[in-house]
Ligand binder design. Sequence first.
Ligand SMILES: [Zn+2]
Length: 400
Amino acid sequence: MTKFLELTYYNNRGFTFPNYLKPTIEKTLVGIQTHYIDLSNSQYGEQVFNIFHKKTDLELIENLVDLHGVFFEKFLSSKFRHRIHPYFNNEENSLKLLDSCKNYYSISENKNRLIDRIKHDFMKTSLIRLKNDTIYKKLQNFVQEKSNTRKCAICNKEYIPIKLPDWVYYGSNGNDNICYECPTVKSQTKKELKRLINELINVLNFIPNADFNPINHNFSSRVNKSKWIKVCKIIFEMGLKGNDTLSSESIFKKKFGSWFKALVDSNVLPNGLMESGRGFRCVAKSGNECNSLDEMFVDNWLFENQIISIKEPLYPKHPIYNKSGRRRADWKVGDYFIEYFGLKGEEAYDKKTKEKLLLANTLNLKLISIFPSDLNKISEKLDILKEITIANNGNRCTSL
Ligand SMILES: [Zn+2]
């Protein structure tokens, strides 16, 4: 029998409460616990906190604790990411902070590793400084509730949710109603796979990317919670496993050549879809050509909400960040530039993403950046555009 994930190690491991989140510091604390407290009290810790802290952070932390209990940190870290990375686009500003970090740890590392450290340190400093009795009580209650043995909603196996590793909890977007050690089909036939692909897309109501997997947050965050068990059942029946997330050797590549070819063979793609070097080229409902299914998803949202957009508008020229003047955004609505930063942008802030953010920053352009994890709540990012379209009604042609 093949399991979706092998979690024996985690199941045998006891759960340890993150003690640095206790409201009062105990003298018995050692090691990593006091490290965070020392960090928070240091000059460097203070500097990091003052640069990145926002008044609404306590509220943000409380909300995440309500939703995810002791697993809230990974969600918080992903929220902070978009605040921290753009700061380092400005060399002058960030040099001081990078130096402080180097001095604090007496290390010399490259810029990206230092930024990772600072990101982590900002989160821990915030948690030390903002923790309180209410948060602590909520965490304790969560631990108690999730320490009870449950039966998996798919395979019926007994499991204890608190013992799920944080990467499984976060990866599945907090869907802890299954054990993730459920049996998966070892080898599925091509015919069955085609049927399952159709079933999956029917339930999801969107076409997932090649790296879809129940523990890939970019995917799980787009899935409606009420459909989670159904979706996972289908995926386990396909024979997907947890460690397929990053592996290009997944079942679809083996059986069909690629995920794209599997989609073609299953007849689930909209008309006018072609394979290109970068993945897909497809025609959205607006008639716009898009470079990926996600891009098409955003374009369709704009179209369905009657928002008039320009596809691939040019950015203004800039002597450093747009020398040739040929750099383009994905869309423009009114004076808002809109970018969909796909997988790469989310994880690593690749060079192109950085330079576009920098260009927008330097020229004070209004830029809406959309990342994969925004796709399930796209309205939050784009609702502002509805007002522009209303305001511009009547003089559409001149405003474009
Ligand atoms: Zn199970």
